[in-house]
Write a protein that binds this ligand. Sequence first.
Ligand code: ARG
Length: 471
Amino acid sequence: MELWGGRFRESTDQRLADFTRSIELDSTLADDDLVGSIAHVHGLALAGLLSAAEASAIVAGLEGLRTEVAAGTLAWDPALEDVHLNLEAALATRIGPLAAKLHTGRSRNDQVATDLRLWARRAVAELDGAILGMERALVGLAEREGDAILPGTTHIQPAQPILFGHHLLAYVEMLERDRGRLADARRRLNVSPLGSGALAGAGYPLDRAATATELGFDEPSANSLDAVSDRDFVVEILAAVALGMVHLSRLSEELTWWSNPRFGFVRLSDAFSTGSSMMPNKKNPDPAELIRGRAGRVIGALAGMLAVLKGLPLAYQRDLQEDKPPLFESVATYAAALGILAGLLESLAVDRARMRAAADEGFITATAVADELVRRGIPFRTAHHIVGRLVGAAEAAGIGLADLDDATLKGTLAGAGEPAAAVLAADPGTPGVLRAAAAVEAALASCDVIGGTAPARVAAAIAAARQRLGE
Ligand code: ARG
């Protein structure tokens, strides 16, 4: 008969037992459950519900179980439904009938809510470390290859030249915000449900502030109904993880393109790529593809969790048990993806010559040339039109903007109306100035604003990132 079976006259249908059981999943919470129980025992003793001798005997039993859990020697009994009932039974095996006093003033509802918050707090800390590890890999690659020049794109079309380091640091910014979102979630989740009972609050004068403090929570939850049924913190973590995975997926997508020989910008190490069972030539960026794919699953976990919650009346409903698979899987996926991408970046070979050669395509210094005309007194719209003409001429001639001859440059300016003609008249050296402005290095250097890709800005940003990462 089940622990809760007093009022039941029939035993549970095996199919139902299989359907409701959660031990395969929630055994992950075992140590958190035991830590929560130890705090609860201290609370019971403080409230005079356990003698000092009883409390220390129960705590000793629970500590013994922690050792077994850590060693992996505790056998889980599927007939005992979940981690809470398994551990209570294991305690009884260890210390005898005294174990029957442990669950005083407590329900599995406040128990599991406490366990999961303890687990989530630790998971967030681990993810934070993993994100930092990936940031270090990005900054390390930026230090190593950051001054390589590549064509920045919009609409996947060549747009303006950028430094590879600038591109990598864009991801550092995203990852920093991802850390911030997890830190926000951590701040709100760190309250103690313990003492909320099944839904109405424990029927004993438990000092909830004391148990909250013992468990490292900032305070006890303010409303027992909310405490046992709130899974906002699961959603917040899933949302932060989903967005974090989206960022990893975007970088993964870029890596798949960059490693295609048409680009040839990067080469994945053998350790971070895979082959084909049929095509001996293949070297595939599978880790990047799988991270991209798993981002989809994590997004699904977030949507699924919201769907589980949306129709739930107060307070605890068994539906809430469905919080664990999406949370556990998504956190594990994110942690693994961060580690994989960090390793991939650390071992990534960069072909600077291929990147630089690509920057010579697509007239990507056109904006810089227009900017130079503006500096000489031509309104931007006119300058845009003039350079558009120059791009057309260069494209027709099969050359770059920096290769245009004096005649073409002068003719285009002269034909563009008064201010342009005046600029040419004032400085006959204008064609040479425009050719210089059309150089990729000059275009890069001109983007010299906070957050811009000018080499000095990027070098300073890399140094600042390195300092923030503390090395
Ligand atoms: N396995 C349950 C969960 O994860 C534990 C709480 C069960 N409470 C209950 N009254 N059946 O939510």
